[in-house]
Design a protein around this ligand. Sequence first.
Ligand code: FES
Length: 56
Amino acid sequence: MYVCLCHGVTDREIREAADSGVSSMRQLGKELGVGTQCGRCACSARQILRESRTPD
Ligand code: FES
């Protein structure tokens, strides 16, 4: 499912980014562009990021 339409980023890609160490929206924006254009995806992207983060 596409989360960020502006950059064509899926929830899966966000999870993969989280797995490889991306832990903030800032980093996610830098890596994938998520949330850097219209910002509409920020809310769901943040949630996916939070859910996929492995607790330490
Ligand atoms: Fe992600 Fe627009 S949908 S920046």
